[in-house]
Design a protein around this ligand. Structure first.
Ligand code: NAG
Ligand code: NAG
Ligand code: NAG
Ligand code: NAG
Ligand code: NAG
Ligand code: NAG
Ligand code: NAG
Ligand code: NAG
Length: 800
């Protein structure tokens, strides 16, 4: 995400504005005079800053009786908290009971008292010399003395967040909170140590002591400070105020965006930005450290970035912890607590006689660094699996190119790491084998309609048989994943599915008789629905107009779609399969389609468009290379990219190509894609590969860059009618500025605009092999890979 070049014009502009605001007469409406107080009640009054950007006061804690004494962004709907008073003794956020009072007493003492009048917190031991307090527009709350000197400021007592204008002098630390809405002390620290080193630490939770450093600036010296300057740059500087380490640079303007940097509850130090004045927007990630927290945290002792028996994946700046097949969360509301086995483990009394009752579920790229208890070299994969089967203590065998590791419970430091060219085999009890422990049974806790496929609990699952059938029959679009050399029977890893089966009546009721239509295509119609027991309640119900689909085929396809899990894919919640009624139930995306976002109303910001491009590319990369069975989307277009609350791009409609009976191996007249987005090979007698999606993505990328439709009859200038042609002409004549006319934000980022145009041009090459893979596209979009100049196009010898 690193931007390459500063924005010289913008910087001087914001400097001018800055100077202006310094000169301007300060308004006094943010002054809190002696003898003023606030009481802790829900939605009570607060002390705003002059601009109203920040406020100081009490905030009710979710699901708990009590209030935080806090500072928050007051013009943003979610009122993001940036500071809260902390109990010195435990380091936890202070929880003030209902009716507590924060007061600036007439003698200058600034304190928090409970309803009985007992002090529970104070800014400093004596209020000697305080003249007034003020909530500043920087987000800093200050106590000011008679000589206008700062006696106390919240900037000197940060909790987990720093803001532009804030400076921390060594030694100083930020402590993460426990979870998004739980402000108790969490498991991670950011420390500017007294040796000058800036270090991220895990703690030995629940104690406060530091455990393992997982990122460090590695620069030492006296008198260092961590600076978040008013332009939005974050760096470490020495006592001479020269920068010794850049943490986050070339951020968008602080005049246009709110900024905050936080040691997040997942351990990632993240620089977020939010477009000012846009209440429908959301915080987006500008920079995160470390780059991949799953790989960064390898603890001993400790369980790694996630809890025991789980594995970590990191995507789009967000960490997520998941359970392997056959395991489930100890506490679904607190996934960091790790996972437990859903089956009775192998007995050590009768290891040999039990080996045949166990089986493996395979996961690519998964391993458990610094956790194994046994290691072998120059062995085969089968040998590795067998040696684990024969060992009752072995829970997982990890194999890579002749190397074999044995892991036992609890599994630690688990992660998916695509640089690890190996796989993990999780030992699970075979379906139908007895000795299921009802206490551990997942099924018991769920309603009978809930189907869990892939857990070992379903004795006679029709689904499993179908899945086997699926794995062994040669499917047209689902090529077997990463290891075609293996027998598909042993290589198919068990699907992780948690889909609900709905009755048709339930869906009729939930959609109010299919009244509210969200969208309509030639082969399906989508309706909005409300289902009370789905998280968030809202769903999108897709009614398929299928011809001659057998139940088996339908369920097989549905289960394949259900196995996909990615931040940039719309999640399938369940399905209905009653005779002719074949419906899919998806999570509801509140912000609608990218098409309406991009081409209607006001134009989204350049930053948002860049994020959407990267998100969409990552979703496609997952479908092509990272999920169990490769999926070619075949219909990438802005109507099939949806946006959630925070404008995260999510691809929809994937996996439907097979359902809709489109044979992709040969030329067909029923082209699945949509005109304008389809690659040439659809029309020729050429095989359809994942490169068709790369082509469509290229077209989409141009639309994102220009906020224009790929084909627009209504433009006056006919050169601009076909966007990709026009964009190519602009590129050729070095007039990329024409593509982003009236788009100030993109204009100051022309370097990136140019890179993106070049990436787009590579994607729409006529020769599929000249197009990059989605993996390369993601790397180029994120700036981790150089984009070569597409010269002499469109010659097919010009390998990109
Ligand atoms: C406080 O405000 C929230 C959001 O506006 C509202 O849902 C809630 O009912 C209010 N509570 C009280 C006690 O007024
Ligand atoms: C807080 O106290 C007020 C007044 O005593 C009462 O009306 C209100 O219901 C209380 N709120 C909570 C959340 O307990
Ligand atoms: C308060 O300040 C005055 C003058 O600065 C000083 O003489 C006095 O000792 C201070 N009192 C306390 C309690 O600190
Ligand atoms: C926050 O998390 C801590 C640690 O797990 C727990 O003890 C506390 O009850 C949680 N608080 C809330 C409000 O859930
Ligand atoms: C913040 O730091 C950057 C990088 O050194 C610098 O270009 C910019 O002028 C600084 N801003 C302010 C307000 O000092
Ligand atoms: C700071 O500047 C002084 C004088 O320019 C120089 O002697 C000293 O070495 C510098 N210190 C650091 C830490 O760079
Ligand atoms: C064992 O695992 C393989 C591959 O995952 C699968 O094909 C086979 O059906 C499984 N056997 C049983 C009895 O679950
Ligand atoms: C449906 O299947 C029947 C029997 O296999 C076949 O005759 C018919 O042409 C099929 N209809 C379509 C629309 O594919």
């Amino acid at each position: 995400m690193a931007l390459e070049k500063p924005y010289p014009i913008f910087l001087s502009l914001s400097l001018a504005l800055l100077l202006h605001s310094v000169v301007a007469q300060p308004s006094k409406n943010n002054i809190i005079s002696l003898g003023t107080s606030l009481t802790a009640v829900e939605n009570g009054s607060f002390w705003p800053s002059t601009s109203g950007d920040f406020a100081f006061g009490f905030r009710k804690i979710e699901k708990e009786d009590g209030f935080l004494l806090a500072i928050w962004f007051n013009k943003i709907p979610d009122k993001t908290i940036v500071w809260s008073a902390v109990l010195e003794t435990t380091g936890d956020a202070l929880v003030a009971p209902n009716g507590s009072k924060v007061e600036l007493k007439s003698d200058g003492l600034f304190q928090l008292v409970d309803p009985k009048g007992d002090q529970i917190w104070s800014a400093s031991p004596s209020g000697n010399g305080t003249d007034h307090a003020a909530m500043l527009d920087t987000g800093n709350f200050v106590l000011v003395g008679h000589e206008s000197q700062n006696l106390w400021q919240s900037f000197d007592h940060p909790s987990d967040t720093i803001l532009p204008g804030q400076v921390l002098h060594s030694p100083a630390q930020l402590v993460s909170r426990y979870s998004q809405n739980n402000f108790s002390r969490g498991k991670f620290l950011l420390r500017l140590q007294d040796d000058g080193n800036l270090v991220l630490w895990t703690t030995r939770y629940p104690t406060t002591s530091a455990n393992i450093p997982y990122w460090e600036s590695n620069i030492l010296g006296d008198g260092f400070s961590l600076v978040f300057n008013k332009t939005g740059f974050i760096f470490v500087q020495n006592s001479n105020e020269s920068i010794v380490k850049d943490i986050s640079s070339y951020a968008p303007s602080t005049q246009v965006f709110y900024h905050r940097a936080i040691i997040d509850y997942d351990g990632v130090f993240t620089h977020y930005i939010y477009p000012k004045g846009d209440i429908s927007s959301a915080w987006s990630i500008f920079k995160n450290i470390p780059e991949d927290i799953c790989q960064a945290i390898v603890e001993y002792p400790g369980s790694g970035a996630c809890g025991v028996n789980s594995y970590c994946t990191f995507d789009g700046g967000m960490k997520s912890c998941r359970c392997p097949d056959g395991y489930s969360f100890v506490d679904p509301n607190d996934v960091e607590k790790g996972c437990k086995q859903n089956f009775v483990p192998q007995s050590c009394d009768e290891t040999s006689s039990q080996a045949h009752l166990f089986n493996f579920s395979k996961m690519q790229y998964t391993h458990f660094p610094r956790s194994s208890y046994d290691y072998f070299k120059a062995v085969s994969e089968d040998w590795c699996k067998q040696v684990c089967l024969d060992d009752c203590d072995c829970a997982v065998a990890v194999f890579r190119d002749g190397e074999c590791w044995k892991e036992s419970l609890p599994l630690k430091n688990g992660l998916i790491d695509t640089a690890f060219e190996g796989k993990a085999f999780f030992k699970i009890r075979k379906v139908g084998s007895s000795a299921l422990d009802p206490k551990n049974s997942h099924v018991k806790n769920h309603r009978s309609k809930l189907i869990i496929i892939g857990s070992t609990l379903l004795g006679s699952s029709v689904f499993l048989n179908l899945l086997l059938l699926m794995a062994s029959s040669k499917l047209v679009i689902y090529w077997s994943g990463h290891n075609n050399q293996e027998d598909p029977k042993t290589s198919s890893s068990r699907p992780r599915i948690n889909l609900r089966s709905f009755t048709y009546d339930e869906l009729v009721e939930g959609t109010n008789g299919f009244t509210e239509e969200l969208g309509c295509g030639s082969l399906s119609t989508v309706y909005k629905g409300v289902l009370p027991d789905i998280p968030g309640n809202l769903v999108a119900v897709k009614k398929l107009k299928l011809v001659n689909e057998t139940d088996k085929e339908f369920e097989a396809e549905v289960s394949a779609i259900g196995q996909t899990h990615h931040r940039n894919l719309v999640k399938l919640v369940g399905f209905c399969n009653e005779g002719e009624h074949k419906l899919l139930v998806y999570e509801f995306m509140s912000r609608g389609t990218l098409a309406s976002f991009l081409f209607e109303d006001q134009r989204p910001s350049w930053h948002q468009r860049v994020q959407i491009a990267i998100g969409t590319a990552k979703g496609l990369l997952y479908l092509h290379e990272e999920c169990n069975t490769q999926i070619i989307h075949c219909d990438i277009k802005p109507q099939n990219v949806l946006l959630d609350d925070s404008y995260t791009a999510k691809i929809s409609d994937f996996g439907l190509a097979k359902l809709l009976k489109i044979d992709q191996t040969v030329t067909t007249t029923t082209i699945r894609g949509t005109k304008g987005y389809v690659a040439a090979e659809w029309f020729k007698n050429k095989p359809i590969t994942m490169k068709v999606d790369v082509y469509s993505f290229g077209v989409l990328l141009f639309e994102l860059i220009c906020c224009k439709k790929n084909f627009d009859m209504n433009v006056e200038d006919e050169h601009k009618m076909i966007l990709i042609d026009w964009a190519y002409d602009c590129f050729h004549h070095r007039r990329l500025d024409l593509l982003v006319e009236d788009d100030e934000e993109a204009q100051i980022d022309m370097k990136k605009v140019e890179e993106y145009v070049k990436i787009g041009i590579w994607c729409i090459q006529e020769d599929p092999s000249a197009r990059p893979t989605m993996k390369q596209v993601v790397q180029m979009l994120e700036g981790f890979m150089d984009v070569r100049n597409p010269t002499d196009l469109p010659s097919s010898e010009n390998q990109w």
